[in-house]
Ligand binder design. Structure first.
Ligand code: FAD
Length: 468
């Protein structure tokens, strides 16, 4: 029986990064992953195959179409008769995914990580090592890392199938739906809803919560909702869905909103109401791997499960269900196994929504900081007062800085506007070093760039912004 120092179950961002880092640290490493795309093994998990990467490829294609239709004329560029070749757009998306998933396979080879394609199942403990069924072959491993990720949460009233789709289905419609329903106004619903609206669908978003993006800063959420409504996304909050019926041509959704019963008809319905931990096929029950009441694998601060030698990371342990959080856990765990001080700073995780305008934040919102009893000061600066944003023709949104009123320490930065997915990077770096709003304000920012808005927001926290 082949024997490994580290065997990783799951080849998504948590698992493949853990495997590469473990191999770099000198462990004999293998990874078993069951993801299949087009009948073939495809490493990279949800993120590379049906999540982060294909959604961004479609967001970029659809945004180009939108900008060309609505903004080119302002730049003095006239384009007539633009049409969409959806097959080609989807083909481009698939090519981007192929390149990246193939890239993970290349990295495994380069780092001498053995790759198994199929299910990984914990079998038994045997003389201090674990026996794992890796795609039908029994192997031994001293350390097993469970990185089996998550799956879309289904709505019991509307199981996936037919015209009711999850994220995978919503990234592969064969035609642009005329009427598209989206249940859930979270990150995935907003991103996928935006893609199809830009391509011509009438999009209606149904949300059970009473308000929009309640995890974001209030000012950011208000501005984003205003912009999305202007684009034509229709939102209904506080809805209670009571019936979902499919027939050959579409789906009827009956819901109550403000005590009124409404039935809406859609050609397609995306259900994006969150994700659930994926542990099926892992043999968790048979070996006694402890899960919490919601099905997440229980771990301590060192990613140790209740079974000695078995660890878990990524979406399957809960917390922020984000690829970069999963990757950092992979690195930290591999380093801990090598006797190093692996660490993830959960207080400074960037959150990004890749809509237009984009939304990004890190750290505490103003409300959260106040709830913690902190005295805060805030500074806000709009993109409409920034030369680069005006040159681009996209001056929507602002940056808001939240700092401790006594120490000036940066507590959180919140953004809605052009390219803020990139702007959040410098903020995270400064927060990681425990920096202050003065540090951000005194850092030289290139002119003319969008990043000057971040600097000006930090200056505004001290009531000394220069360009407003
Ligand atoms: P996964 O990526 O789910 O990988 C788990 C892997 O394990 C899969 O390949 C699965 O097939 C495999 N597996 C499961 N059980 C077994 C088993 N028993 N044996 C073998 N293999 C098994 N996050 C971001 O940070 N940025 C984004 O822009 C973003 N966009 C997203 C867009 C969409 C539409 C979706 C759905 C998600 C998005 N996410 C994004 C979230 C991100 O995809 C996840 O947080 C990330 O993939 C989690 O990584 P993971 O390795 O924990 O799990």
């Amino acid at each position: 029986m082949d024997s490994y120092d580290v065997l990783v179950i799951g080849g998504g961002p948590a698992g493949y990064v853990a495997a590469i880092r473990a191999a770099q640290l000198g462990f004999k490493t293998a990874c078993v992953d069951a993801f299949e795309r087009g009948g073939k093994a495809s490493l990279g998990g949800t993120c590379l195959n049906v999540g982060c990467i294909p959604s961004k490829a479609m967001l970029d294609s659809s945004e180009k179409f939108e900008v060309m239709q609505h903004d080119f004329a302002d730049h003095g560029i006239n384009v007539q008769g633009a049409t969409i070749d959806l097959g080609k757009m989807l083909g481009r998306k698939a090519a981007v995914v192929d390149k990246l998933t193939g890239g993970v396979a290349y990295l495994f080879k380069k780092n001498k990580v053995t790759s198994f394609f199929g299910l990984g199942r914990l079998v038994r403990q045997d003389e201090g090592a674990w026996v794992v069924d890796a795609a039908g072959t029994e192997v031994k491993a001293k350390h097993v890392i469970v990185a089996t990720g998550s799956s879309p949460r289904a709505l019991p009233l509307a199981p996936f199938g037919g015209h009711v789709v999850d994220n995978s289905g919503a990234l592969a419609f064969e035609g642009v739906p005329g009427q598209l329903g989206v249940i859930g106004a979270g990150v995935i619903g907003l991103e996928l809803g935006s893609v199809w609206r830009r391509l011509g669908a009438q999009v209606t978003v149904l949300e059970a919560l009473p308000g929009f993006l309640m995890a974001a800063d209030d000012a950011v959420a208000r501005e984003a909702q205003k912009q999305f409504q202007k684009q034509g996304l229709a939102f209904h909050f506080g809805v209670n869905i009571s019936r979902v019926e499919q027939d050959d041509t579409g789906v009827s959704v009956t819901y109550t909103e403000k005590e009124q019963e409404v039935t809406a008809r859609f050609d397609k319905l995306i259900v994006s109401i969150g994700r659930v931990p994926h542990t099926a096929g892992l043999g968790a029950e048979a070996v006694g791997l402890a899960l919490d009441e919601r099905g997440f694998v229980k771990v301590d601060g060192h990613f140790r499960t209740n079974l000695p030698g078995v660890y878990a990371i990524g979406d399957v342990i809960g917390g922020a269900m984000l690829a970069h959080k999963a990757e950092e856990e992979g690195v930290a765990l591999a380093e801990m196994l090598a006797g190093q001080a692996g660490h993830v700073n959960y207080d400074v995780i960037p959150w990004v929504i890749y809509t237009s305008p984009e939304i990004a934040w890190a750290g505490l919102t103003e409300k959260q900081a106040k709830e913690k009893g902190l005295k805060v000061k805030t500074g806000q600066f709009p993109f409409s007062a920034n030369g680069r944003a005006l040159g681009h023709g996209d001056p929507r949104g602002f940056v808001k800085v939240v700092a401790d009123a006594q120490t000036d320490k940066l507590l959180g930065v919140h953004m809605v506007g052009p390219n803020v997915s990139e702007l959040i990077g410098e903020v995270v770096a400064i927060m990681e070093f425990g920096g202050s709003s003065e540090d951000l304000a005194r850092t030289v920012h290139a002119h003319p760039t969008l990043s000057e808005v971040v600097k000006e927001a930090a200056l505004a926290a001290d009531k000394r912004s220069l360009h407003m």
